[in-house]
Design a binder for this molecule. Structure first.
Ligand code: PEP
Ligand code: MG
Length: 587
C-alpha cells in the first residue's frame, strides 16, 4: 500500500497563478486550524488548564450569541440550528473533549492547543471505528467545537499555515480568499486545491502573492500526504504527486525557461505603454494586500486602479478603527506618490464574508445576489462613513479616487455620495484637513443592469471601472468560484461584449474616464479588443503589466479598432475567439 502511494500521479485542474513550484506538500483539511505542540513544565500545568478554561468560556459566549441570532430566524432551519448549537454548548461543558484535553495537559505535559488537537484526533478514531453513519457525522460537530477552541486559544487573527515548513506547497480541499491572504510567499512555495476557479477571489489573491497555484484539481486530497514531494504547475494546471527524478528534472527545465521569460519582460518596466501608432495606454495595478506594494513599483504601474479594501477587515473578529484604516491606507497611498490610487469601498459578502459585520445578519443573506458590496455598506452606514473618513484622511498622502462596488442603481450612488459628504463635514468640523475638491467618486460596472443603465449612471459618477469578473458571472449566471462551471466562464460571449461596448460608449459620451479592472484587463489576449472598444485604462495584477505592455507596444490601434468592429458584428463566441486570436497572431 505504502509503495502504491509513492507512485507518480498526475492531476489536472486550472492553472490560476503562473509559475512552477516543487516541494513538500502540506495537506490541510477544511476548517482545520494549524497549531504547534509545545512541551510544558509541571509548574505550567495549572496556567495551561486556565488558558483552556478561558477559551471554553469564550467559546460558550460565542455560541450563545449565535443562538440569539438563530432565534431571530423563523422556521425549521432556525430551530435545527438552535438545537445543534445546544449540542455544541454541551460539548463545551463536562464532555469527553474537555476532560480529555485537561488530562492530556496534565499527563502529557503539552500546551492546551496541542491537547485539544490530540483529543479531537483520538475521539475521531473511536467514532470512525463504530461504522455508524450517524455517529460518524457527529465527529464533524466535535471538530467544529474543537476548532473553535483552537481559534480562541491561538487568539484571533487565526494564523493558519504558521506551522508550515519553509518551501511547502499547500494542498487543501478548499482555500478561501482569507486563507490565501495569510500565505506568506517567503514561506510557502505554491498551492493546490480541489475547489475554486480562475476568476474567484482565491485565485486573484494567489496571483497577487505570486504563488504558483492550481485550483479545481479533483481527487487531489486523497492522493497526497503531508511530506510527499509535489509539483504545482500554475501555467498548465498540472499537479504531480510523488514525481520521479526524471519528471522533476523536466519541470525544473520548464521553471528555468519561465523565469528567463519573466526577466526578459521586466526590461519593459521603464518603457511607455504605447501602441505603434502612438496611442498611450494607462496600465495600473490591482492590489489586494499591502505586501504587494514592492511588486507594484517593480512592475512600473502608472497607479493603482483597484485597491480592494477588504484586507482591512479580513482575518479578524472586530471592525478596524478609523485610525487603523488610515494607517493601512496611507502605507499604500504614500508609496505611490503622485500616481493615483483608486480605493474601492468594502466589497464584503459572497466569497468574502467578514465575521465582525455579520452580527444580526444570517449567513445566506450575504450571498452573491444578496447583501454584497455597496448593499451591505449602505445597510451599515456607520461602517461606510468610517471608511470614507479614513479614505479622506489618507488621501492627504497622495492622489486618491473612490470606487463603489456592486452598484446597480443611481440611488445607491446618490446615497453613497451623501455619506461621503457627511463624512467630509465631520472631519472638517474636527479640524482635520481633507482634499478639496473631494476625490472623484466612481462606480464599478459589474452588474448587468448597471451596464445597461450606464447612460444614467454616467450622469452621477465621476468615472467608471468595469469589473468584468462579476459582470461575466452575473451575465452568464456562472458562479466565478465554482470549478464545475469554470469552463463556461467566457469573456468572449457576445452578450458580455455588448455590455462592455454599451458601457464604454456611455462613458465616452458623458466624457468620464473609463477603466477595466477585472481579470480580462491583465490577459494580453483581450488587449486589442478592449482598446478597440475605446478603453485606455487597464488595471491588473502587477505581474501581468509587462505582458500587456509588450502586447500594446507591438500593436496598431487602427488595426485593433477595425478588428473590434468586425468582432462586434459577430454572434458566435467561437468565431469571435478565432477572429481575435487571428489578429493577435498577426501582430
Ligand atoms: C470584478 O468583479 O471584475 C472586480 C474587479 O472585482 P472583484 O474581483 O473584487 O469582485
Ligand atoms: Mg467584482
Amino acid at each position: 500500500m505504502a509503495k502504491e502511494l509513492q507512485k507518480e500521479q498526475n492531476f489536472d485542474g486550472l492553472g490560476v497563478a503562473v509559475g512552477i513550484a516543487i516541494g513538500p506538500a502540506y495537506v490541510r483539511q477544511s476548517g482545520a486550524v494549524d497549531v504547534s505542540e509545545r512541551k510544558i513544565l509541571k509548574k505550567e500545568i495549572a496556567a495551561e488548564k486556565k488558558r483552556l478554561n478561558v477559551a471554553i468560556r469564550l467559546g460558550r459566549r460565542q455560541i450563545r450569541r449565535l443562538q440569539t441570532r438563530a432565534k431571530a430566524k423563523s422556521g425549521a432551519n432556525g430551530e435545527e440550528l438552535i438545537y445543534l448549537l445546544d449540542a455544541y454548548l454541551h460539548m463545551l461543558q463536562d464532555s469527553r473533549l474537555v476532560r480529555g484535553a485537561e488530562n492530556r495537559i496534565a499527563n502529557d505535559q503539552i500546551n492546551a492547543e496541542a491537547a485539544v488537537k490530540a483529543e479531537i484526533a483520538a475521539i475521531a478514531e473511536v467514532f470512525q471505528a463504530m461504522d455508524d453513519s450517524y455517529i460518524a457525522a457527529r465527529i464533524d460537530d466535535i471538530r467544529e467545537v474543537g476548532n473553535r477552541l483552537l481559534r480562541n486559544l491561538t487568539k484571533t487573527p487565526v494564523k493558519p499555515f504558521s506551522a508550515v515548513p519553509e518551501g511547502s506547497i499547500i494542498v487543501a480541499d478548499q482555500l478561501t480568499p482569507a486563507d490565501t491572504a495569510q500565505l506568506d510567499p517567503e514561506l510557502v512555495a505554491g498551492a493546490a486545491a480541489m475547489g475554486g476557479s480562475a476568476e474567484g477571489h482565491t485565485a486573484i489573491m494567489a496571483r497577487a502573492l505570486g504563488l504558483p497555484t492550481v485550483l479545481g484539481a479533483a481527487g487531489l486530497i486523497g492522493a497526497v500526504r503531508t511530506g510527499d514531494t509535489i509539483i504545482v504547475d500554475g501555467n498548465t494546471g498540472r499537479v504531480v504527486v510523488n514525481p520521479t527524478p526524471k519528471t522533476i528534472a523536466a519541470f525544473e527545465r520548464r521553471r528555468a525557461k519561465h523565469l528567463k521569460q519573466t526577466r526578459r519582460l521586466e526590461r519593459l518596466r521603464s518603457l511607455p505603454a504605447i501602441t505603434r501608432d502612438d496611442t498611450e495606454v494607462v496600465l495600473q495595478a490591482n492590489v489586494e494586500l499591502p505586501i504587494e506594494m514592492s511588486m507594484v513599483t517593480h512592475a512600473g504601474a502608472a497607479g493603482i486602479g483597484l485597491l480592494r479594501s477588504e484586507f482591512l477587515f479580513m482575518n479578524r473578529e472586530d471592525i478596524p478603527t478609523e485610525d487603523e484604516q488610515v494607517e493601512q491606507l496611507k502605507s499604500v497611498i504614500s508609496v505611490m506618490g503622485k500616481r493615483p490610487v483608486t480605493v474601492r469601498t468594502l466589497d464584503v459578502g459572497a466569497e468574502k464574508p467578514v465575521a465582525a459585520l455579520m452580527n444580526g445578519i444570517e449567513d445566506g443573506a450575504v450571498s452573491n445576489l444578496g447583501l454584497r458590496g455597496i448593499r451591505l455598506s449602505l445597510a451599515m452606514p456607520d461602517v461606510l462613513e468610517t471608511q470614507f473618513r479614513a479614505i479622506l484622511r489618507a488621501a492627504n498622502s497622495g492622489t486618491v479616487r473612490i470606487l463603489l462596488p456592486m452598484i446597480s442603481a443611481v440611488t445607491e450612488v446618490r446615497q453613497a455620495r451623501d455619506l461621503l459628504k457627511k463624512a467630509a463635514g465631520q472631519l472638517t468640523r474636527r479640524g482635520i484637513r481633507i482634499p478639496d475638491p473631494l476625490p472623484p467618486l466612481g462606480v464599478m460596472i459589474e452588474v448587468p443592469g448597471a451596464a445597461l443603465a450606464a447612460n444614467a449612471l454616467a450622469q452621477h459618477s465621476d468615472f467608471f471601472s468595469i469589473g468584468s469578473n462579476d459582470l461575466i458571472m452575473y451575465t452568464l449566471a456562472i458562479d466565478r468560484g465554482n470549478e464545475h462551471v469554470a469552463h463556461l466562464f467566457n469573456p468572449l460571449h457576445p452578450g458580455l461584449l455588448r455590455l462592455l461596448q454599451f458601457t464604454a460608449d456611455a462613458a465616452l459620451r458623458a466624457r468620464i474616464p473609463i477603466a477595466i479592472c477585472g481579470e480580462m484587463a491583465g490577459d494580453p489576449r483581450y488587449t486589442a479588443l478592449l482598446l478597440g472598444l475605446g478603453i485606455r485604462e487597464l488595471s491588473m495584477t502587477p505581474s501581468n503589466i509587462p505582458l500587456v505592455k509588450q502586447r500594446i507596444r507591438e500593436m496598431d490601434l487602427a488595426g485593433a479598432n477595425h478588428r473590434a468592429e468586425v468582432i462586434m458584428d459577430q454572434v458566435d463566441s467561437g468565431r469571435i475567439a478565432m477572429l481575435l486570436d487571428d489578429f493577435n497572431a498577426l501582430a
